[in-house]
Design a protein around this ligand. Structure first.
Ligand SMILES: Cc1cc2nc3c(=O)[nH]c(=O)nc-3n(C[C@H](O)[C@H](O)[C@H](O)COP(=O)(O)OP(=O)(O)OC[C@H]3O[C@@H](n4cnc5c(N)ncnc54)[C@H](O)[C@@H]3O)c2cc1C
Length: 387
């Protein structure tokens, strides 16, 4: 059955075009990269040239000026085509921080270049080894000296750091014991990684091909003009972008779920054992049907969240629930897909085991399920804060 959106979908044409682009990057392409943990440069270039990675950049800065639902449609289609948007998805949501909080000069300097594909803003340096989820406990410092900041510290899980020109960095500019609230005294910087001295990047090999890295700052100088917005307000700026990020990641999980469900149901119809298709057995059919129902429920919440976001309403509830439910749906669909394929689900040439590894991440990053439940408990249901 057709799992795409109805023709009335305002992004139907974009979806169709993204599917065509993705068809040029079949399973063999991703398998070869996966084996050597390579970066899908050709795929990212193709997306950039088609303008998809500048989808959310307003037209006045050379982007497509699409609403968030347009970006979600692009990422969903990438995933449901069997490709992997993790190679570049961050650019879509990181640039929002420059758009919302950058000065006129910063926007003019960076946004058109990002939209044209001359500059890559793919790296987001927030997580640190010792602070993890407890972001405000981060230890990287940026000390102002004249017309520059001197940055010292370390980030971990800075994805795509080796394949990005710029990094959006969160660092402490005022020590934690000198601010009234721990959320104050953090600042956001645009780091030009092409020219930065005192910057070391070390890739981390993970269970899937994600190009994630450790990044070390040893007296790295960042020009003061690269501070985004006001000093000390950086944590607020990062939080501002989180609903968009969660909705986009949720859209990717929905795309993954659609890929698994399509693959599983097709195989269940064609694989004949004991004289009938395996999909005739309820033990095979029901997990796929259940994952489909979970995916559709998550999709409905994500669509509601996107609509609220585009109306300028608070969509924290839907963004959080949508991200959690979509990540669970993609995992359930992945489980059903592996089980339906029996031993073949483990063979690399079917791409299932690769997608299975890739989609597992989204229950942990960019925000773990526990922290989403904490958000719902506290902000939606009014229970006491648990941390
Ligand atoms: C492949 C990959 C790519 C990533 N890319 C990026 C990136 O580009 N940029 C970036 O900044 N970060 C990135 N991350 C980091 C990611 O956002 C974190 O891994 C995630 O937020 C969890 O933090 P942590 O790993 O430090 O786990 P921890 O914070 O140590 O948490 C460990 C476990 O404890 C649970 N936990 C912690 N505190 C609580 C609490 N109060 N209540 C209940 N449970 C709790 C968590 O849910 C989790 O299950 C990436 C991570 C991975 C694995």
């Amino acid at each position: 059955m057709d799992m795409q959106h109805p023709a009335a979908d305002p992004h139907a044409e974009i979806r169709e075009e993204v599917r065509k682009l993705c068809a040029r990057f079949p399973g063999e392409y991703w398998r070869e990269l996966d084996a050597r943990r390579g970066y899908p440069t050709e795929f990212v270039n193709a997306l950039t040239e088609s303008g998809y990675l500048g989808a959310l950049i307003p037209e006045e800065f050379g982007g497509a000026g699409l609403p968030l639902s347009g970006a979600a449609a692009i990422l969903e289609e990438i995933q449901s085509s069997g490709c992997n948007g993790a190679a570049c998805h961050a650019q879509m949501y990181i640039m929002g921080t420059i758009l919302r909080h950058g000065s006129a000069a910063q926007k003019a300097q960076y946004l058109p270049a990002i939209a044209e594909g001359r500059l890559r803003l793919q790296a987001f340096g927030v997580t640190e080894p010792t602070s993890g989820t407890d972001t405000t406990a981060l230890r990287t410092t940026a000390r102002r000296e004249g017309d520059r900041y001197i940055v010292n510290g370390q980030k971990i899980w800075t994805s795509r750091a080796e394949h990005s020109d710029l990094m959006l960095l969160l660092a402490r500019t005022t020590p934690r014991d000198q601010v009234a609230k721990k959320t104050e005294g953090l600042s956001t910087f645009i780091v030009d990684m092409r020219t930065a001295k005192g910057l070391t990047i070390r890739p981390i090999r993970t269970m899937m091909n994600h190009n994630s890295c450790e990044v070390f700052f040893d007296n790295m100088e960042v020009p003061a003009e690269n501070l985004l917005g006001q000093e000390g307000r950086g944590f607020r700026y990062i939080l501002d972008g989180m609903n968009a990020e969660r909705l986009l990641i949720a859209a990717e999980c929905i795309g993954d779920a659609k890929w698994f469900i399509a693959k599983a149901s097709a195989y269940a119809k064609e694989r004949v054992l004991f004289g009938r298709p395996i999909g005739q057995n309820q033990g095979v059919q029901f997990p796929i049907a259940k994952a489909y129902a979970q995916m559709r429920a998550a999709e409905a919440i994500v669509q509601k969240g996107l609509a609220k976001f585009e109306r300028g309403e608070n969509c924290g509830e839907e963004a959080n629930m949508g991200k959690m439910l979509a990540a669970e749906a993609s995992w359930a669909a992945g489980e059903a897909c592996i089980n339906t394929h029996g031993g073949f689900g483990f063979a690399e040439e079917y791409d299932i085991e690769r997608k299975f590894r890739e989609t597992r991440l989204y229950q942990v990053a960019p925000i773990s399920t526990n922290l989403i439940l904490s958000y719902i408990g506290e902000h939606v249901l009014g229970m006491p804060r648990s941390y």
